[in-house]
Each structure stands twice: as structure tokens, then as C-alpha cells.
Design a protein around this ligand. Structure first.
Ligand code: C2O
Ligand code: CU
Ligand code: CU
Length: 430
């Protein structure tokens, strides 16, 4: 804690070597280590301050994905931290409990910087500890899982030139890492386990499910808890999205969390890697498990923007490397939104490939998908959504405060190669 009462976190971005497998170590980047970074944890209402030191020999940045904060603190392409410099963003945490994350966001280099290993989780806790009784012992029955794919070359270095459709999606790796570990497993000691899953991959879509097709319970999405738990056997997770799921185990059992083939691959499925069946993590339950409280039947506050009158409607069509026919330009603000009004954004993927859509500063509500009610996993607060080709999503957004006519926030496809290629735009809150 510093003199102004803020909790101070020191984050050093560095390069190094990480041993993922037998043979050579891999040249990687990390935060306070050589690969990935620490889980940051802060409570709603808390004042936080960061010392982000760039120990690399090139510019980078750290963006707080999913966080509601002033644009100047956002860590996007306008908050580059030059080599050797230290950046000190500060803000007050002002949003419900959620699993957020941080990663670099330098225009044109985001894919490269993240692929080398710069990412970490940022968990926001509720003000009040009497939140619904979900498993919450970090690392015991509340397990963070950063899921990433990587391709290794013959010398164990990260392969970057994976020639898929001339690089249309960027890298799709054939090995899955969880928290930087190949072939991970979790020793389960409690009846219920909560998994906080982040798709920290550059481009790969996961269709999550268990090897025995068991039902698991979705309790939270990007912006926090759902109003009610939802039971399912499969769940898509596109790059940048998070989910919190609760899984029930029986003593002594073993089960694998997997990614199953996607329905979105089409004829290009094989080459896109969408038809892959990949094991993500094994769960090994002890022969006796301590009991866990049942999942509460009500969880968080449901999004409440649907009944509001929209002050402004906008449309966004994602095409190849462009949004509404325009490529990202650092010196062009695409539009301004009026503070504390509700906007409705109609978003469509007008391109045959997979895209998704992420907006900085807010958590939004999905009003409709192709005119109908969204599925339960889209009924909570979201900051990133998968856009299957041709589907129309209507989103409601309210930018509550933090006006700044000069400093923009970003909206973009979170397939990092697309973002770097220009599938991104900028807006200010006025
Ligand atoms: Cu996760 Cu604009 O980013
Ligand atoms: Cu973001
Ligand atoms: Cu895209």
C-alpha cells in the first residue's frame, strides 16, 4: 500500500527460457518470471496501482482485459511502455467479482507478444465476502486455467510460421498448455471444483467437454456470475473469453477435460484445426473427497440493459481484416459515445472465417442472437463473444463514466492476427 492508500503491484516484463519438455529450453517472455505472469487479485472498491516495468528490448504494453477503467489506464495501443521504462497506471476497481486478465496490446505486435508468453489472470473479488458459496480456495477447489495452444519446432522453440490458409487465422498449435504446462493434471480433493478457464490462445477455438460427457455447471462468464447456474455438456470458448464452471467428482475417478471438434469448421475444419480433439487437463480424484456446499440456485445480478431506450444504434460488420470497410488507424477515432447512455450495437461476421468481438471498458448484454433470445451462456455480462459467420448479435452497452475526448478505447476481433492486421477500431467516451 502506498501513501495514497492504493495497493501497489510490481510487474516486470522480461525475456528468458522455459523448459516445457525434454531437450532444449524454449525462449519465452513472462511477467515476474519467464512464462505467463502472476494472478493479480483485488477487491471491488479497492484502489490499485501498478509499476509495469518493461525489461524487454522493444516496446510492449499491458492491457487489463474486461476492466472498467479510464482509457488512459487501459494499456492499449496508446499506452506503449518503451524498453526499459516503467508505466504506473492506477484506478479504483468498480465492477462485480469476475475473472479478468491482462496481456500486451501494441498495435501490430499483440499476436507475437502474447504467443511468446505475456498474459496473466486478474481476479476481481466482491466487496463483501458473503458472496454465493462457490468453491473459493485458490489452487485447491478454485483453479485458474489459462488454456493456450502452441506449436514447437524441432529445437523446442515456438513455431510462428504455421501456414494455415496463408496465415488467415494466425498460429494454430497442436499442443495444449494449461498455465504453461504440457500434459497437466489436477489432484482433486473436494467434491466440487470450480475452474476459471481463460482461452489465452491466439486463434484457437475450444469446444469444452469432459471425456465421459458429464454435465458441468456454468456459473460465471466474462463479467462475473450468471443470475442462475446452467448445466451443460459442451461450451465454446473463443480467444479472450473466460468462463467459470463447477464440476462434481466422485472419489477415485479420473476424467479428462477436452476440446471437441467444432461445428464451425465446415470444409475448412481440418485445416483450421477446428476438427481437432485435444486433451486439455486430467482430473484425478482422491479416494476420499471433502464435501462441498451445493451450488446456490441464484448467483449474481442479471444484466439489466434490455429495458432501456437506446440513445444510439450502430452496426459493425467484420470482414477480412476490416470492420465496416475500415482498417485500424492509430490516429483515427471512429466514433464517440455519450457517457451513461445505452447504445445498441448490431454486430455481424460478414466473412466466412471465424471471428469474435471484444469491447474495452465495459461488460455488455447480449440482447438477441439472430433476433432470438440468447442461450444461457450469453445471458450474463460479456466483453468478448464468438461470431459464427452470418449471425447477428445485438448488444446493449452503457459507458458509465471516465469521459476523455482524447484517449480512445478499442473494439476488435480477438483473433490476434486479425487484430494486428487491422480488424480493430477506436471510440471515445464523451
Ligand atoms: Cu484482450 Cu483489446 O483485448
Ligand atoms: Cu480488452
Ligand atoms: Cu477475426
Amino acid at each position: 500500500t502506498n501513501a495514497s492508500g492504493a495497493r501497489v503491484f510490481t510487474l516486470g516484463i522480461q525475456s528468458g527460457e522455459t523448459r516445457f519438455k525434454a531437450g532444449s529450453a524454449t525462449r519465452t517472455w513472462g511477467v515476474n518470471g519467464t512464462y505467463l505472469g502472476p494472478t493479480i487479485r483485488a477487491r471491488r472498491g479497492e484502489r490499485v496501482e501498478f509499476a509495469v516495468r518493461n525489461g524487454l528490448d522493444q516496446d510492449t504494453s499491458l492491457h487489463w482485459h474486461g476492466m472498467h477503467l479510464p482509457a488512459a489506464m487501459d494499456g492499449g495501443p496508446h499506452q506503449v511502455v518503451t524498453a526499459g521504462a516503467t508505466w504506473r497506471p492506477r484506478w479504483t476497481i468498480d465492477q462485480p467479482a469476475a475473472t479478468l486478465w491482462y496481456h500486451p496490446h501494441v498495435h501490430g505486435s499483440t499476436a507475437d507478444h502474447m504467443y511468446r508468453g505475456l498474459s496473466g489472470l486478474f481476479i476481481v473479488d466482491a466487496e463483501d465476502t458473503e458472496e454465493p458459496r462457490l468453491p473459493s480456495q485458490y489452487g485447491v477447489d478454485d483453479i485458474p486455467m489459462i488454456v493456450q495452444d502452441r506449436a514447437f519446432d524441432g529445437d523446442n522453440q515456438f513455431e510462428k510460421r504455421v501456414p494455415l490458409l496463408g496465415g488467415a487465422l494466425g498460429v494454430i498449435g497442436d499442443e495444449v498448455l494449461v498455465n504453461g504446462t504440457i500434459g497437466p493434471y489436477v489432484d482433486v480433493t473436494t467434491r466440487l471444483v470450480r475452474l476459471r478457464l481463460l482461452n489465452g490462445s491466439n486463434a484457437r477455438l475450444y469446444n469444452l467437454g469432459f471425456s465421459d460427457d458429464r454435465t458441468f455447471t456454468l456459473v460465471a462468464t466474462d463479467g462475473g456470475l450468471l443470475a442462475r447456474p446452467w448445466n451443460t455438456e459442451r461450451l465454446y470458448l473463443s480467444p479472450g473469453e473466460r468462463v467459470e464452471i463447477v464440476v462434481a467428482f466422485k472419489p477415485g475417478e479420473r476424467v479428462e477435460l477436452r476440446s471437441y471438434p467444432s461445428e464451425y469448421g465446415g470444409t475448412l475444419g481440418r485445416i483450421n484445426g477446428f476438427d481437432d480433439r485435444l486433451d486439455i487437463c486430467q482430473f484425478r480424484a482422491a479416494t476420499t473427497l471433502s464435501d462441498s456446499p451445493d451450488i446456490p440456485s441464484t448467483l449474481g445480478a442479471a444484466p439489466d440493459l434490455a429495458g432501456e431506450k437506446a440513445a444510439q444504434e450502430r452496426s459493425f460488420a467484420l470482414e477480412s481484416d476490416k470492420i465496416n470497410g475500415r482498417s485500424m488507424a492509430m490516429d483515427r477515432i471512429d466514433f464517440g459515445v455519450r457517457v451513461d447512455t445505452v447504445e445498441v450495437w448490431d454486430v455481424v461476421n460478414d466473412n466466412g472465417f471465424m471471428h469474435n468481438f471484444h469491447v474495452h471498458d465495459v461488460q455488455f448484454q447480449v440482447l438477441t442472437v439472430d433476433g432470438g433470445k440468447p442461450e444461457p451462456h450469453l445471458q450474463g455480462w460479456k466483453d468478448t463473444i464468438l461470431l459464427p459467420p452470418g449471425k447477428h448479435f445485438r448488444l446493449a452497452l452503457r459507458f458509465r463514466d471516465h469521459t476523455d475526448p482524447n484517449m480512445p478505447y478499442m473494439y476488435h476481433c480477438h483473433l490476434l492476427q486479425h487484430e494486428d492486421n487491422g480488424m480493430m477500431g477506436q471510440f471515445v467516451v464523451l
